[in-house]
Design a protein. Structure first.
Length: 72
């Protein structure tokens, strides 16, 4: 996903190349910080073994699969 994001920002004509790199880096870092924070928060609430149980739940996996099918 990061190469796609970088190519989007770099292909913009109005911004200079340095500015495009800066925006792309901020965007990518934002994604990393967001998902790392969500993972840490979920681990703090459920604990490490709760995460394993959540990840192996057929209901959770079915819900995620339904999201992928619905977004297609």
């Amino acid at each position: 996903m990061i190469p796609i994001t970088m190519s989007y920002f770099l292909s913009r004509r109005r911004a200079g190349r340095g500015r495009a790199w800066r925006w792309a880096a901020i965007f990518c870092l934002g994604i990393v910080v967001l998902f790392s924070g969500l993972g840490l928060l979920t681990t703090a609430v459920l604990g490490p073994f709760g995460i394993v149980k959540l990840g192996s739940s057929p209901w959770v996996n079915g819900f995620i699969a339904a999201l992928f099918v619905a977004s297609d």
